[in-house]
Structures are given as C-alpha cells and as structure tokens.
Design a protein around this ligand. Structure first.
Ligand code: PLP
Length: 393
C-alpha cells in the first residue's frame, strides 16, 4: 500500500509490558509442563463478582428478555441511574460532583488512552514509573513527554518543585501503580496549585482509590481548586472485580475550560461520536457494586486481597528486602535482591520458584532494579508462592 501510517508507532517499545511478561510465562510453562507457575504479575482480580452484583445482572438480563423492558443502544454518557449513583458514591466520601459531570465508560484504560483525542500538542508530564498507558498513548500522538522521576528519595511521589510554570498535561496516579505510593492532601494541593497557576490540566487516575486505608484523598476533588484543573478517571475493575465485566467512569467538571472551550463539552462530543455506551446489564451491575450492600461486599474482597499483601510484606520484612506499597494498594513494590536488574530477577524468579511478577523497568526507567508483585492472587496461591520464595530469597 502507499498510504501514510502513524509513524509515531515506531517510537513505541516493541510490546506492551503485560504482553511481554505473559509471553515469557507462557513460554516457560510450555517448556516445563510439569511445573505450576503462580502468577503474581498482571493486576487482575481472582475473586468472582459478589452476590449483589450478580443479582442485579440477572435482573437486568431478565429485563432484556422482555419486550416491555428491553433496551437498545445505551446513552453514550451512561444511564442516569449510574451517573447519579456515582455522584452519590463521591458524596459518601465527602466530594460534590454533579451526575452530568460523570461519563460512564468501558474502562479506565480506554479513557486514559482516548483523552488525548480532545487535547492538542501540549508538553506532557508523566511520573516514572507508572501505569504504561499514559506514556504509550502520548507516544502514539507524537507528544513531547517529560518524565517526573519517582524514586526512594521522594518516596516515589514526584512533586512540581522546580518545574517551569507553563501549561502541561500532568498525569498523576494515586495510589500509584506500580509503587503503591499515595499522595497526601497537602501534596495534591501543591499539584493543584501548580496546575492552576501554570494553566495545566491534571489527569488524575484514581483506579485504586477503594484500596486507600488512612487519611489520604480518594479523589482529586477533595482538594480545593481541583475543579478548574483536573479530570478524574476511575474504575470498577479493582474496586468490584470488574476487570472482565468492564465499567469505569471519568469526571469532567463544568469549570474545566481551555481557550474558552469546555473540556466537558468536548468529551461529550468525542464520546457521542466514537463510543456507543456501556451495556445496560453492566451498568446495572456497576450500580449494584456501589450500593450499600454491594460496596460492603466489595470491601470484603479488598480485605481478602490486602490479607495477601500483608503476607507478602511479612516475607519481605523477614528477608530484609526493601519494599513499599501493600497498604493502600494491592501492589508490593520491592527492590530486586542482590543488585539484580528487573528482567533478570523476573527470569530468575520464574526459573527458580515458578513465580511470575512484573519487572519494574517495564513501568519506566526509574523502575529498573525494582519488581512488582500483586496481591490479587488467591490466598492459596499466594501462600504457596510465599513458601517457594522463602526458600530462595
Ligand atoms: N489505571 C490504572 C492505574 C491501572 O492500573 C489500570 C489497570 O491495571 C487501569 C487504569 C485500567 O483499568 P480498567 O480495567 O478500568 O481499564
């Protein structure tokens, strides 16, 4: 063909981090069929949907089977019942959001990747290490990316000190994937202050807000001034086990504008053009997940995962291995022992303990020498992995 293609794709790393880890684990399993690999790698949940969610889905399925209650295309921005339920969820956590500022989507990943559609050629600030989608989606659009180094010296929480006061698109993820680091309200207030002074936009990824344990903001809008400078992206995936069910939301406050244009209106236009909404059955399930009963059940599941995190943390403490996370996030971020680099440790762990993890280097250059383990496994598998690690670490 003679068409022009998006050459920015040439600037991407060859494969997406989680595809590469899965590829190596699958190759090892194929070559060693007698060995059981325990995956503490990709951040996928393992507990099933809870009974309140399932009951809501069954009811919605029955509605779809009846001529009088059947639904066709859903509204592009989400059914009012879910937008209102999400606004109510914020209110329960002390944050006021209007239901029409909530945009229901099929995943935080989609929104993180799609938001570039409504933004022009700005300088981009991305923490390093962090969830790779921010970086890759901006590389795909050919943006100028500046990294915000996160390391032991700043407790993996980069701050705006020293940044030039010019408009940026700033990605923040708190609690952070992969490090588990969480911003305090004072720290977020500094970011919000910087964004408002410099005319920047913060894209705040709160996908792990439901894991917060302690006095940390669960939403950027808990910070005064955030409505004029921040979009928030959040998800049912980790909160309620929706990784395979697919439902999330983004918040675009009415006050957000650039060049006299409302970002909320632009997002409405973008979604109405390129997205046909989340299925009714799924939106009913999501509504149930944040109902009082559904949320209680979700919290029980999170408690279970955090029990795994505690076991992994105890092992690392016992072995004298530096780590963070595991308190407000389902991830444990550890320093690879004996000075190993991230991928060497990955291969070593797979070879010697048949335990899969995620190399820190895959989340950014500052992640080199670190490694991420997740608490999303079953208790049984986590315990078995710990027994194996005890012998080799
Ligand atoms: N944001 C962060 C920080 C994540 O870690 C993930 C998934 O791992 C997502 C977004 C994607 O969430 P979703 O399943 O809603 O697409």
């Amino acid at each position: 063909m003679n068409i022009k293609i998006n050459e920015n794709y040439d600037n991407l790393k060859e494969s997406y981090l989680f595809s590469e880890t899965a590829k190596r684990i699958n190759k090892y399993s194929a070559e060693n069929p007698d060995k059981k690999v325990i995956k503490l790698s990709i951040g996928d949940v393992t507990l099933p949907l809870t009974k309140t969610v399932i009951a809501a889905m069954h009811k919605a399925v029955d509605e779809m089977a009846d001529k009088d209650t059947f639904r066709g295309y859903p509204p592009e921005y989400g059914y009012d019942f879910l937008r209102e339920a999400i606004a109510g969820y914020y209110e329960r956590h002390g944050v006021k959001i209007d239901a029409d500022e909530v945009f229901v989507s099929d995943g935080a990943k989609s929104d993180c990747g799609n938001i570039v559609d409504i933004l022009g050629d700005n300088d981009i600030l991305i923490p390093d290490p962090v969830y790779p989608v921010y970086m890759d989606s901006n590389i795909m659009s050919g943006r100028n990316i500046q990294l915000l180094q996160a390391n032991i010296d700043n407790n993996f929480l980069p701050m705006p000190d020293g940044l030039e006061k010019k408009p940026y698109i700033i990605y923040l993820c708190s609690p952070n994937n992969p490090t588990g680091a969480v911003y305090t309200k004072e720290q977020l207030a500094k970011w919000v202050g910087f964004a408002n002074e410099s005319g920047s936009l913060i894209i705040f990824d709160a996908a792990y807000e439901s894991f917060i344990n302690g006095d940390y903001p669960r939403s950027i809008y808990a910070v005064e001034g955030a409505r004029t400078c921040a979009v928030e992206i959040c998800s049912f995936s980790k909160m309620a086990g929706f990784t395979g069910t697919r439902c999330s939301w983004s918040v675009f406050p009415k006050e957000l504008e650039a060049g006299g244009k409302s970002l909320k209106k632009m997002w409405e236009r973008r979604q109405a053009t390129k997205f046909n909404g989340v299925p009714y059955i799924i939106q009913r399930a999501a509504e149930a997940a944040i109902s009082p009963d559904g949320y209680k059940e979700a919290m029980e599941n999170i408690k279970y995962y955090m029990g795994n995190a505690k076991l992994i943390s105890e092992l690392l403490k016992e072995k004298g291995i530096w780590f963070s996370g595991g308190v407000c996030s389902p991830y444990i971020w550890l320093k690879c022992p004996n000075g190993m680099d991230s991928w060497t440790f990955f291969d070593w762990l797979l070879e010697n303990a048949q335990v899969g993890g995620t190399p820190g280097a895959g989340f950014g250059a500052e992640g080199e020498g670190y490694f991420r383990l997740t608490a999303f496994g079953s208790r049984e598998n986590t315990e078995e992995a710990i027994e194996r690690l005890k012998k080799i670490l």
